[in-house]
Design a protein around this ligand. Structure first.
Ligand code: FES
Ligand SMILES: [Fe+2]
Length: 353
């Protein structure tokens, strides 16, 4: 299995670059991420071409990063722009590899394919809301020791919520929800909804209406390889969707390696935007949920799968609640194969949804 290359991956939250260079492994590459004084984020290979020291252990100097060993400096394009004790211009090969970067929604995105195809418009339009000034958006990050597709599976099959998230469980239980999986091109949409439900504690704290019952919905849009926008919310019975509460949440997975993942999340709200106690509640609650409830399940699955990261090679039992997750796996497999120049999926590799 290999990675989809011609797509955007989130490399870090913008806020992570406030205190100097950041070392991060993405798609098995050791990278250094930094923000120059010009305000632009840059991503380079984390290896000085002189004696291979980690540039991330150096410092930002102007718009460049300075190697801590003999002081060579490289700009955001990876070009050596300063060599302290040499005459003349740096040699053309005195450079490090750089990756195309765009900053959007409080996130730094890396293009993993050919630089000339790096088009910011290829970030799914649903992520535009992260820049909506009418919304207050909270960001979070954690690392999980499991393949990113296992976390895709987790988010696309919310039947686990009843079991591992007792406090955030769907009101009245998953089985009482109406459930629909839809494919639009290479997107997978998973709908859950329930008329006349009882909101959970977060929904109850944020909604405007004081009525006890509400029509509750969850709408997850998956885009390859692992860019998801989850909208949950509610409305008084019969009112337009989300009219009482609309909570969009980005769920973004970036492979660190084949067996570990950078998990970025956001939650946006249009109510009580100045109440920082809600920001803190989100960070605390979601970090707790992802790291102590979902994370260990994914990590156990990864441990059992070992080096073979193709789920279907392990002949898993497929349940009806896997429909969205299996569809996403099938689309991703198709896109990776197309990118590598194969026209059709390998027979028998992917089970039907
Ligand atoms: S190792 Fe980086 S300047 Fe020498
Ligand atoms: Fe979960």
């Amino acid at each position: 299995m290999s990675y989809l290359r011609n797509c955007w991956y989130v490399a870090c939250m913008s806020s992570e670059l406030a205190d100097g260079p950041l070392a991060r492994t993405i798609l098995d590459e050791k990278l250094v991420l930094f923000r120059g004084e010009n305000g632009e984020a840059a991503i380079l290979q984390d290896r000085c071409p002189h004696r291979f020291v980690r540039l991330s252990s150096g410092k930002v100097a102007g718009d460049a990063i300075e190697c801590p060993y003999h002081g060579l400096r490289f700009d955001g394009a990876g070009k050596c722009v300063h060599q302290p004790f040499e005459e003349g211009e740096p040699a053309p090969h005195n450079r490090v590899r750089s990756w195309p970067v765009v900053e959007k929604g409080g996130l730094v995105w890396l293009w993993a394919g050919e630089a000339e195809s790096a088009d910011p418009a290829l970030i799914p339009a649903s992520f535009d809301l992260l820049d909506d000034p009418e919304l207050k958006t909270v960001h979070g990050y954690l690392r999980i020791a499991g393949n990113y597709q296992l976390i895709n599976d987790n988010l696309l099959d919310l039947s686990h919520v009843d079991f591992i998230h007792p406090a955030a469980r769907l009101p009245e239980g998953y089985e009482t929800y109406r459930n629909k999986v839809e494919q639009r091109g290479d997107q997978v949409i998973h709908w859950l909804w329930k008329p006349g439900s009882t909101p959970n504690f977060i929904q109850a704290a944020l909604r405007d209406s004081t009525s006890v019952k509400a029509d509750v919905f969850s709408h997850l849009e998956w885009n390859a390889p692992a860019l998801m926008m989850l909208r949950t919310g509610l409305q008084d019975p019969g009112e337009p969707e989300g009219s009482d509460l609309n909570l969009p949440s980005a769920q973004i997975l970036t492979p660190e390696t084949e067996t570990s993942t950078h998990y970025f999340w956001t939650v946006s709200r249009e109510r009580k935007k100045d109440d920082t106690s809600i920001d803190e509640l989100y960070v605390k609650a979601l970090t707790h949920i992802f790291s102590t409830q979902d994370g260990p399940m994914v990590e156990q699955a990864q441990e059992a799968m070992g080096e073979e990261i193709d789920l279907f090679a392990h002949h898993p039992v497929i349940l009806s609640s896997d429909a969205a997750a299996v569809r996403a796996r099938r689309i991703l497999q198709k896109l990776i194969r197309e990118e590598q120049g194969h026209s059709s999926p390998a027979p028998g590799k992917i089970a039907a949804a």
